[in-house]
Design a protein around this ligand. Structure first.
Ligand code: BGC
Length: 417
């Protein structure tokens, strides 16, 4: 393995000059972008690469949040046959770098000045030991709510900006005969909702609990209240929610069967794919009580060790294509996310995208930008999985109350470290 890596690293270094003109060479790409909106965004990437002579071998592994994809990746690496490029989140990237499995994108990153344009919050996951190990394609954030505009208008209320207003809108939607909350009962979706709920208890609290993993915050009164809120939200889903895919929950909001969905901004990709217009057909708001703060995750493409100059050059060319500002605009307009570079104009983005870009920049400056626990940017996978277990159990009514859930969370996170 070491020799292969050595060869890989030096070939990568030699290949930067070839990057722009790499001859037709395939990249096999493992990803979990299988919904309608995600596939549309993926096509922007595939088409861009094909104009550069880079062939695409698709390895889709369905499952939002990427858990199934990461299991499939582990199997491929164990079999000694890793894919060339892998969609990956946060701490997972650093874990693979620690295992020595990733290549070195530093030559292409240096040649193109990535250090100066990629926000430091992303560089924290794109670099290890001072070397670039992955190319960030976007920044998503999880503390969003997507509301059917007609359903909101029918409540006679404004977009909620506090917990109490949110509950009032949800109650009214119930009275109006629709499912207030479109949701899919899968651990990562429950955890995505919980990102917003925990953040709504305060920025300092989110940081103490989910970034610093402070046992007092994880098991204390504020966490108990956060779980009580989550349990309350679980009362607004329909009876078929269990196991439903996230994009089907989006579809419920799109067609008016449900009032709103609490989901990352990949949900916007589904609304756009269905021809819906922000402000007219749907409304995007920050999870009530989290205005001004952002819980983010960034999809990055990590490159695994491959042999052969052509293959390595194709990886560098793919990384270069991903980091191109024009591509970052075109891709993220469709994906629902925002660019992973600070120098991309917002002209092509709709109002939700413009808000996403402005919120990200402001949160970054104000110290209110935090990694998403649900999407692998707050803590390593073992902790994340422990959080998933407790959050899902709470959502499904397995604890007597929020305090019992908070106690279980503190215990589970301690055991996972
Ligand atoms: C990824 C998104 C993806 C979503 C749902 C998230 O973890 O960052 O790109 O659309 O999962 O599959």
């Amino acid at each position: 393995m070491k020799n292969v890596m050595k060869h890989f690293v030096s070939a990568m270094a030699l290949s930067v000059g070839l990057a722009a003109s790499a001859s037709a060479e395939d990249v096999e790409v493992l990803h979990w972008w299988t919904s309608g909106g995600e596939a549309a965004a993926l096509n922007v990437l595939k088409d861009d690469l094909s104009t550069k002579g880079i062939g695409w071998v698709d390895m889709p592994v369905a499952g939002g949040g990427g858990e199934a994809a990461m299991t499939a990746l582990r199997a491929r690496v164990t079999a000694g046959d890793p894919p060339t490029a892998v969609q990956m989140l946060g701490f997972d990237i650093l874990d693979w770098a620690n295992e020595g499995a990733l290549g070195d994108l530093t030559p292409v990153a240096t040649a193109e000045g990535w250090d100066g344009v990629v926000p430091s919050a992303l560089q924290a996951f794109a670099k290890a030991d001072g070397k670039w190990i992955s190319a960030p394609v976007n920044v998503h954030s999880t503390n969003w709510v997507w509301i059917n505009k007609a359903a909101l208008d029918a409540t006679g209320m404004a977009s909620p900006i506090s917990w109490d207003e949110l509950v009032a809108v949800l109650d009214k939607m119930k009275e109006n005969g629709i499912t207030p909350l479109g949701h899919g009962g899968q651990a990562w979706q429950d955890a995505t909702v919980f990102d917003g709920v925990v953040l709504s208890m305060g920025n300092d609290f989110y940081k103490a609990a989910f970034i610093d993993l402070d046992p007092a915050a994880l098991g204390g009164d504020q966490m108990a209240e956060a779980f009580n809120r989550l349990i309350k939200l679980s009362s607004y889903v329909d009876s078929n929610f269990s196991g439903r895919d996230w994009n089907l929950a989006s579809a419920m909001v799109i067609n008016g069967e449900a009032g709103m969905q609490m989901m990352g901004d990949w949900a916007k990709g589904e609304f756009l794919k269905a021809g819906k217009v922000p402000g007219t057909d749907f409304v995007c708001i920050r999870f009530p009580g989290t205005q001004g703060a952002v819980t983010f995750n960034s999809d990055q493409f990590a490159m695994f060790g491959v042999e052969g100059e052509g293959a390595v050059a194709a990886q560098a060319a793919m990384a270069s294509a991903i980091m191109n500002p024009t591509f970052q605009s075109a891709f993220n307009v469709v994906k629902g996310s925002v660019p992973a570079r600070t120098d991309v104009p917002n002209d092509a983005f709709d109002d939700c995208g413009k808000k996403g870009m402005a919120d990200l920049a402001a949160a970054n400056t104000n110290g209110s930008l935090f990694g998403s626990m649900a999407h692998g940017h707050a803590a390593p996978a073992a902790v994340k999985n422990a959080v998933y277990d407790v959050v899902t159990a709470a959502f499904n009514g397995e604890y007597a109350d929020g305090a019992a859930a908070a106690a279980a969370l503190a215990e589970a996170v301690a055991a996972a470290q």
